[in-house]
Design a protein around this ligand. Structure first.
Ligand code: HXC
Length: 520
């Protein structure tokens, strides 16, 4: 009887500890968190994980610091909740920073908890998700806190290309603390509350005299449209976490697996008769490439990545006959779909992610060339454009391309061309492949003839027409095997699905080396 009571007492004690831990920094700070328009660490995990599937780790961990009043501020679990569970039935790990405990700051113990979860995720081959809401390094713990960040960065790098890593910015992420998200594959941000910057508005005012608000400097819109640091931005935490779950649905658990395949009711044989009519008669007129993408992929479902950044190129995920694919495409309705610095970076990074995680690439091409200008040259378009060549050349996943209209100059080579080991390259009959457009070409090769003609304009236009008819079409490339076939646009979906089936077991061996030297 005595023993029985001790077990009951022990259980009560345990429950009381867990209950206390679950309250984090206490009711008053939880209320303050809600007043800031933010959910708590646990409410966020509740949204992310399948009902009842979350198993917490280190709920009883405590910091060991005693100085600066920390001895009196010990909270069970400290300032982060870590663990694993199921997201849409699939094993997923997460850490969720608790702003109610010392501002979610990273102590030695918080660092160790996060690293333990990261190690388990890497060893079990499951995605790792960081829900970030933190004042950064715990000021009172000094170098131990900084060392905790270093341990996290190391694991971010070691897990890169092994498991998908996602960061969700739901509060402050300042200073060096931004670099863990920056080392992960995708960053989601919530407008109005998620903020990332290396130095905040006060430091900027002191150093440069510039006045800028927290949101202008490091808010979701700034990073999703201008800096390209964020891949996704959302209006609310609920919408943001729903998007994280949607993204996970396209990804494999790790680099040794294929992405999940889903049943689809969308007929793989489905033709799309009006596809060709999306291309305007005037070859310089814009059109919206997403209309083509949505007509070709399963159920018209396309998830753009970096949607608001470098809009002249589109990247994102979709499915073809139930299989995940990564799409890269020019957007002729923005800057005519030219390749510039930001578009090259955006597309190159996406190609490398897909390659690392066995996601086949489907490229829709309509590119008039690289963007001319001193801004671009001084900004290093040469080295940024080289990243995209490198990424496509090195990618060993199935690479299929569909040339809808223009493929001029170096940009033809960059975009998944046969020379960069594109597996299947299709062109629509509207395709134009050449070193440059007809006007520019005849101005160079017939310069003297045009200059001495009675009517230079008439001669230029006649020569341009002849050049266009002879060279600017897909049939020269098809005659040399650089295009595998010129296809009726209506057949695009069927042809791409067949090619993906054919390439399902593609294996390609790269030369042995430690790693290449990508022009970063
Ligand atoms: C310890 C911290 C803290 C920190 C916040 N708190 N940041 N405690 N270490 N880094 C505490 C506050 O004292 C406060 O405690 C509670 O968290 C909530 O903070 P508030 O300031 O009341 O919240 P808010 O007004 O929303 O402002 C949030 C904030 C601000 C913008 C994050 O707290 C702030 O500027 N904190 C300092 C940020 C910082 O400089 N961190 C170090 C960066 S350097 P009470 O008890 O009042 O609730 C860094 C380097 C990383 O991180 C390097 C990696 C290599």
């Amino acid at each position: 009887m005595v023993v029985r009571r001790r077990v009951d007492d022990a259980l009560d004690d345990l429950n009381e500890r867990h209950e206390r831990g679950r309250l984090g920094g206490g009711a008053r700070r939880i209320e303050a968190q809600h007043r800031r328009g933010k959910l708590t660490a646990r409410e966020r995990l509740h949204l992310l994980f399948d009902e009842g599937s979350f198993e917490e780790l280190d709920a009883l961990a405590q910091h060991r610091a005693t100085e600066f009043g920390l001895a009196e501020q010990k909270t069970l679990g400290d300032a982060v909740v870590t663990g694993y569970g199921r997201v849409n039935g699939r094993l997923t790990f997460a850490y969720s920073q608790d702003f109610t405990v010392l501002g979610g700051s990273l102590s030695e113990v918080v660092g160790k908890k996060i690293c333990k979860a990261m190690d388990l995720a890497a060893n079990s081959g499951a995605p790792m998700i960081g829900l970030i809401d933190s004042g950064g390094a715990r000021i009172q713990e000094g170098v131990l806190s900084l060392a905790g960040y270093a341990d996290i960065f190391l694991r971010n790098v070691r897990s890169s290309g092994v498991i998908p890593q996602i960061s969700v910015i739901l509060g402050p992420a300042a200073g060096g603390a931004t670099y863990s998200p920056a080392l992960t594959d995708f960053i989601f941000m919530v407008r109005g509350t998620g903020q990332m910057y290396i130095t905040g508005p006060d430091v900027i005012r002191a150093v440069t005299g510039e006045e800028v608000s927290h949101e202008q400097l490091g808010g979701a819109d700034s990073h999703a449209t201008r800096s390209g640091v964020a891949h996704f931005s959302s209006e609310s935490e609920e919408a943001c976490i729903a998007e994280v779950k949607r993204l996970l649905g396209f990804l494999p658990q790790n680099n040794m697996e294929d992405p999940p395949r889903y049943d689809t009711f969308d007929d793989p044989q489905r033709g799309e008769d009006d596809l060709l009519h999306i291309i305007p008669d005037n070859s310089n007129a814009p059109y919206d490439m997403t209309q083509i993408i949505e007509r070709v992929v399963d159920d018209g479902e396309f998830m753009p990545v970096h949607e608001a950044y470098a809009r002249n190129v589109i990247v994102g995920f979709a499915r073809m006959d139930g299989r995940s694919i990564g799409i890269v495409a020019q957007q002729p309705s923005h800057l005519a779909g030219v390749l510039d610095i930001d578009a090259s970076d955006k597309a190159a990074r996406f190609v490398r992610f897909c390659d690392a995680f066995n996601i086949p690439l489907l490229t829709f091409i309509d590119v008039p060339g690289f963007l001319p200008g001193t801004d671009q040259e001084y900004g290093g378009i040469i080295r940024h454009g080289a990243k995209l060549i490198y990424a496509y050349a090195e990618a060993s996943v199935p690479k299929i391309s569909v040339l809808t209209r223009k493929a001029y100059g170096g940009a033809y080579i960059v975009m998944s061309s046969k020379g960069l080991l594109g597996d299947i390259n299709y062109a629509w009959p509207t395709a134009e492949i050449a070193v440059m457009g007809p006007e520019g070409a005849v101005n160079i090769i017939y310069r003297n003839e045009i200059a001495s003609a009675d009517d230079p304009d008439a001669m230029r236009s006649e020569l341009a027409q002849d050049y266009g008819e002879r060279l600017v079409n897909p049939y020269v490339a098809a005659a040399h095997g650089l295009i595998d076939d010129v296809i009726d646009p209506a057949d695009t979906r069927r042809k791409v699905i067949r090619a993906l089936e054919m390439l399902e077991n593609k294996r390609e061996t790269l030369p042995r080396r430690k790693h290449g030297s990508i022009p970063l």
